[in-house]
Design a protein around this ligand. Sequence first.
Ligand code: HEM
Length: 484
Amino acid sequence: MKHGNIYNAFSIFITRDKKLFELRGVEFDKPTIFFGNLWNVFRDIESEREVFERLYEKYDREKLFGIFILHRPIFVIKDVNLAKQIMIQHFHNFSNFAGKNFHEIFDNYFANHLGCLEGDKWKNAKEKLLSVFAMANLKSLDKCFAFCVGKSLKHIKLQHAHVGETIVIDVHEFINRYIGETIAMIVLGIETGSRDDIVDDILHTSNQIDNELMSFKTMMYLTLTSMMNFRNFKINLISDGVKHFFKQNVLQQIEIRLKQQANNKHNIMQMLIDIGESSEKILSNVFMFLTGGFKSTKELLETCLWELMLNNDIQSKIIMEIDECMEFNNTKEINFEQLNKMNNLNLFMMEVLRKYPPIHFGTRICTKDCTITTKDGELLKFEQNDVIYIPITLIQNDQKYFANPNIFDPTRFSEKINHTNLLSFGLGPRKCLGENFVILQAKYLITSVLTDYTIEKTSLKSSKSDEMEIQLTRRYRQSFRHAD
Ligand code: HEM
């Protein structure tokens, strides 16, 4: 085929989809052939994030706009109420995540991952899993989180030099260790004392999965299968090394637990066995913790420590709350009920999630043609297979929904109205399964560290020039009892 013919073929391909936005009256920027609206990204002029930011601002008055990611047209929702309608009220018309073929890269070994399931299979699985991940159920794990923080701090302290009562730690290292410890102890139910190498194995495998999913091979596979709608072509993208980890640490653990029968240790693995999940499903659900769950949790926890370091007044308020709670309850450990009553801690968590949501986009695919009537009476038509993006970070940093969005201000959540615009864990029936788990993990990290230390900018000279270093200085609790 001559170059001109190839060009024409692509033009027809693109124009066909361009009409989709025109016919629906949706504003969009003219796409470049093959690259869509990402031509600047390929030329290294803008990042993908900057393209979305620019278009989000450009179509300021619209409720939604169109964008082409390569050849694929996508509806980007700007209006938070429309986003809620899609995720909640119209869930039956938008019940699946977009990018389905991304899920298809997992062969049968991992294909029972909740995020991959659809229809009744998804509904039944989610109902069962929600019972495990409900706050009331996770309550029994409260002591384990604090234990994991203590263990991780001890580990990190051994590797860093102390100066008196002050220590400089690398936030990445500390948070990696803490997440590794929680997965080992709370998810897999492995006593880390009995397997010293398990945390290193978890961290190594999570890294390996990440590299495999971001590899050139995976990207090429995803692009080609999505462009050609070539759904039944599968290649092995997850290595045998990763599968070996799962065989050894998940399948073997399940077998041991099933044989022991009366194992009453509290951990997610045991809870999944107790609700009658099969080995394959448990394996796939543990896989979630090592993939998206790991990266987003890491980002959230690191940001929490960082923002506490930057905002001394907010840190002091949380410290006071911890000291008051301990003195009032005459305890050295904060339990689940007490944790939930800590208002400043709650507000702080919400503000971190607003300003820095670890996942930048929610996605949905339209599963049935439908018309949505917006709050102001506008009628918007969607058709089966329309792809929807909800730009969580942009919406949560939009002046329209959160006044002075660049200012880190937890008190904005004192007003209830702001809570409902928070999309960091998604909304509706497809909402994140791990939300409660992650919130507990974060709150125990903060209270455990601040019980004994204050977090400050580094003033000590450290061995590394990493930007993510913080200084922990030992502190002594304040007393609130008045001398009579
Ligand atoms: C800070 C950490 C995390 C954040 C910010 C986060 C955020 C999200 C978001 C935005 C979604 C899409 C929801 C929607 O579109 O309505 C999601 C889905 C999901 N998340 Fe998380 N997530 C985190 C950690 C985890 C962890 C640790 C797990 C492990 C259990 C997990 C399991 C899931 C699952 C299974 C889904 C799909 C739910 C379904 O298909 O019904 N997430 N998450």
